[in-house]
Design a protein. Sequence first.
Length: 183
Amino acid sequence: MQPLLLTDRLILRPLVLDDAEGIQRQFPHWAVVRYLNALVPWPYPADGARTFLEENALPAMARHEEWHWSIRLKSAPDQLIGVISLMDEQDNNRGFWLGPQWQGQGLMSEASAAVTDYWFGVLKRPLMRVPKAAPNLGSRRISERTGMRLIRTEEGEFVEGTFPRDLWEMTRAEWLAAKSSGR
């Protein structure tokens, strides 16, 4: 069973079907979706969150192929403000989004550290690879701050269009070294 994860300011709660309303409220904003994979429907349909949960996230969680958490502030635990995920896919192991009003406060860095620690510490995966749209500077900074390195760039299709798609990587040994040094 996927655990609840806690950080200094956040509660990361495994996704459940009841999260559909919160996702539907926070997700369909251009500032959230523009750099996501073009597979994300846009404009986002009225039943998009429920469909995502029922057809994708919850079945993959049950198969232990993906791990999805809602992101909530400890100060407002009933309000979903974003989602962070781990995926057991080649070259795509972590993804996230955060509602626009919570961006730029370091919250995603906290959430990313918690799930990356779960990936390497609990799931014992040897490598994490994270793709992202090259123009997504906020996401890039999270990868840089955690010691990931850019290993290649290719063309990618995103909700906003075609951009360079950067692939970032970190090994379990690098994560553990960075963690022990307090980074």
